[in-house]
Each structure stands twice: as structure tokens, then as C-alpha cells.
Design a protein around this ligand. Structure first.
Ligand code: NAD
Length: 276
């Protein structure tokens, strides 16, 4: 594959770049994932709440790519937290995907006020022990949530998938993850394509390297060691977003992008976000 792997804390390899399918309707997911797989992506990031595990699974089945060459992530939705509900929700996800294991299963949000992420994770440890997930981890966990989880359970999460882009660089989380051996995975790595790709400093670096702003932002993540899962349903952009391994940003480019941090979230604050 064109994408180099990151080695997780359990020795398993995860492609450093994958394809995210949030907000892709189920009937469009099959085509989008098929295009991604044809373009060389081998890692796909979905979630129960995206309601496109079936379309994603169909594209995987039809691709003819050997299962062990793929890295499939899905996530447990908030309403299913708790030990027994998690085991049931995981069965449903596997069923919809049409798979007998996932590569990575994540708790989607900590929901600290509900306070059941430790029980939820104990079900994840069982799923891991049964070989139905090759790796387990979390998403949107703050260091305080990870600390409590690590104290109360035996498997350190392989991954924490968090909102991360040049306007929200998450230095405290990234440092904590590095200390604990947790891989940082960036969601909305392109800042959802909004203002970020028009920022003059990024446009200038793109012109300098004859690349696009999206490629520059993804390359910045790659050089920091983040796993990225950019989303697009446009074939040319799907191809463009994986074509980031044939050039390198200079130290001054990295510094200029790192100077763009505004600690500004596009999504919810994990300390506050609770759904039913
Ligand atoms: P993103 O940062 O990947 O941006 C996607 C948007 O950027 C596209 O819809 C498009 O408008 C634009 N874009 C993409 N490629 C482009 C290009 N080459 N040139 C110009 N514009 C381009 O945002 P995202 O979809 O929010 O995040 C990526 C993935 O992260 C999601 O699909 C999902 O898998 C995951 N995610 C996870 C969580 C979580 O809570 N764990 C939350 C949000 C997203």
C-alpha cells in the first residue's frame, strides 16, 4: 500500500491514513468506500451512529481485497454504553458490516456525567480477548478520563481519536498519549474543509510545494505522527488526500502551521457532551 503503518501499543500495524465516512448516507457510502479502496486506502473509519456500516461493509465485500489487508474501525454509540448493552451493540455492528472481526473498536464519547465508560470498556476487553476486535480504544477522551480508565482496567487503549487540526492542536492530549503509548488519531483533520484550507499561510506553503492546501494539512499531521482519516465523497479529492507521501514539509513550514493553533473546537466539548 502507499500508506505507511503506525505500530500500536499492542504491536498491531494501523495505516497512518484512512478514510472517514461521517455524514455519508448509507446508500452513498458503498460508492465512496469503493472509490477509496480503489484509490489505495486500506483503513476505513465508521461508527454505529453514522448509520452507514452496511454500505461500508458492502463496499468491503465487493472489493475483493483480502480481509487481513484492511483495517476497519467502528465505534460504540453513547446510548449503548454499559457492559451488556455494549456486547449487544458490538454484535449489531459486526452484523451490519458483514465481518467477523473489526480491527479497532472505539468508545465514541466518554460521557463523564453518565459515568459508565469503565464498565463499557470492560466489555471491550472481553471483545478483545474473544478476538472479535484486534485492538480497542477510545474517542474524545480527555487525559482525566484516560487516567481513570487506565487505573480501573487492564488494557491501555491503543488509540484515542480526537478532534485535531491546525486550529485545535491538542498539545496536552498528544503529550499525555505519548507518555502512555496511546496513538493519537485526528478526526476532522482538515478542519472540516471550512476556513482552514484558505488560511494564507497554508495556501502559501501549498504553492511552494505545488500541492493543495488539503495535502499540506494532511502532511503536517503525518510528520507529527498523527493518524488521519480525512473524509470526502469527491473521487478527485479522495485521491488527492491519500497522495501525501511523495513530498515533505520543511521545518519552517511545520513551524508556520504549528503557529496557527487557536484552541478552537468545531465539535462538542467532551467534558460536557452527553446524549441519551
Ligand atoms: P474533515 O476534516 O475530514 O473534512 C472533510 C470535508 O473537507 C469534506 O466534507 C469536504 O468538504 C472537505 N474536503 C475534503 N477533502 C478536501 C480536499 N482535498 N480539498 C478541499 N476540501 C476537501 O472532516 P470530518 O469528516 O469531520 O472528519 C473526518 C472523519 O473523522 C469523519 O469522516 C469521521 O470518520 C471522523 N470523525 C470522528 C468523530 C468522533 O467523534 N470520533 C467526529 C467527527 C469526525
Amino acid at each position: 500500500s502507499k500508506v505507511p503503518p503506525i505500530i500500536l501499543n499492542n504491536g498491531i500495524e494501523m495505516p497512518q491514513l484512512g478514510f472517514g465516512v461521517w455524514q455519508v448516507p448509507d446508500d452513498e457510502a458503498e460508492q465512496a468506500v469503493a472509490t477509496a479502496l480503489e484509490s489505495g486506502y486500506r483503513s476505513i473509519d465508521t461508527a454505529a451512529v453514522y448509520a452507514n456500516e452496511e454500505g461500508t461493509g458492502k463496499a468491503i465485500a465487493k472489493s475483493g481485497i483480502a480481509r487481513e489487508k484492511l483495517f476497519v474501525t467502528t465505534k460504540l454509540w453513547n446510548s449503548e454504553q454499559g457492559y451488556d448493552a455494549t456486547l449487544r451493540a458490538f454484535d449489531t455492528s459486526l452484523d451490519k458490516l458483514g465481518l467477523d472481526y473489526v480491527d479497532l473498536y472505539l468508545i465514541h464519547w466518554p460521557m463523564p456525567a453518565k459515568g459508565v465508560y469503565v464498565d463499557t470498556y470492560k466489555a471491550f476487553e472481553k471483545i478483545l480477548a474473544d478476538g472479535r476486535a484486534k485492538s480497542i480504544g477510545v474517542s474524545n477522551f480527555l487525559p482525566e478520563h484516560l487516567e481513570r480508565l487506565i487505573d480501573a482496567t487492564s488494557v491501555i487503549p491503543a488509540v484515542n481519536q480526537i478532534e485535531l487540526h491546525p486550529h485545535l492542536q491538542q498539545r496536552a492530549s498528544r503529550e499525555y498519549h505519548a507518555q502512555q503509548g496511546i496513538t493519537t488519531e485526528a478526526w476532522s483533520p482538515l478542519g472540516q474543509g471550512k476556513g482552514l484550507l484558505e488560511v494564507p499561510a497554508i495556501v502559501a506553503i501549498a504553492q511552494k510545494h505545488a500541492r493543495t492546501p488539503a495535502q499540506v494539512v494532511l502532511r503536517w499531521h503525518i510528520q507529527l505522527g498523527n493518524v488521519v482519516i480525512p473524509k470526502s465523497v469527491t473521487p478527485s479529492r479522495i485521491q488527492e488526500n491519500i497522495d501525501v507521501f511523495g513530498f515533505e514539509l520543511d521545518p519552517e513550514d511545520m513551524a508556520a502551521i504549528s503557529a496557527l493553533n487557536e484552541d478552537r473546537r468545531l465539535g462538542p466539548d467532551p467534558a460536557e457532551f452527553e446524549t441519551v
